[in-house]
Design a protein around this ligand. Sequence first.
Ligand SMILES: Nc1ncnc2c1ncn2[C@@H]1O[C@H](COP(=O)(O)OP(=O)(O)O)[C@@H](O)[C@H]1O
Ligand SMILES: CC(C)(COP(=O)(O)O)[C@@H](O)C(=O)NCCC(=O)O
Ligand SMILES: [K+]
Length: 254
Amino acid sequence: MTTLLLDCGNTRIKWQLRAPDGIRAAGVVELATAEAADALALLLDSWAVDAVAISSVRNKAATAEMAEGLKSRFSCRVFVAEVSACACGIENGYHQPQRLGVDRWMAAIGAYKKLSSAVVIVDAGSAITVDYVDARGVFRGGYIAPGLKLLCGALQLGTEDVHFSTDYDNKEMSAGLSTDEAVARGLMHMAMGYIRSAQDEIARQNKGDSVPVIMTGGDALSLLAVMQEEHDYIESLVLDGLNWVFEEEVVDEL
Ligand SMILES: Nc1ncnc2c1ncn2[C@@H]1O[C@H](COP(=O)(O)OP(=O)(O)O)[C@@H](O)[C@H]1O
Ligand SMILES: CC(C)(COP(=O)(O)O)[C@@H](O)C(=O)NCCC(=O)O
Ligand SMILES: [K+]
């Protein structure tokens, strides 16, 4: 069976076509709108798809429209993942489990299935989330802060004389000697400091033992390039979790 897996974030759609023998194709669609479903369908024109699974943090209407588009394009079952109190052996400790972002839930499942131990998940996307799953597989909560692009936008909006290029992808972290450098490095320090501080707090919650980190998301590699720590990086962590949930909930029905 060939499954099209989609991770619809606030900035981009990441997708993979998975068959039992491995990943057949993968890609990124830049705009997370209804037309994105058509763009994707065009890309996948030459592939046969037996089922579609979607993890989407976009609004309900946009997600439903995309699901409908894919359903009529591929004439197959379209599964839209939801957050539950428990899935794939992982328990959701959020006060209101359904309020947790489905991408965070998928990433937590993907990460715990991978390590079978306590794990911190850093997803550096539109927002940067730092989440904690404990050794028993309980999602113990996390942190949400604006991502690098949003931080950049906020600085541009709220100042009149800070003119800078938005190309913040540099590996040098010493004090900036131009506005471009000062902003680029300032934002990176902000993100790194937040991740480290959240990680320290989680270690305290974990009886003082540090917890391994898995990073994912569009800015994870830029952050890893300037961080001293050697964290794991799994580009498809959300899709990995989605695949686990899809297999648990849907595959037997097909
Ligand atoms: N080519 C790119 N297009 C858009 N964003 C990019 C690109 N490369 C890096 N980024 C960064 O990655 C972030 C989006 O990451 P992603 O994981 O796709 O987010 P989301 O899941 O929220 O859609 C952007 O906010 C931006 O900071
Ligand atoms: C925190 C998020 C915006 C992250 O989304 P992303 O950066 O991946 O687009 C998303 O998981 C979300 O909308 N969460 C709902 C609120 C919550 O998780 O508590
Ligand atoms: K994401």
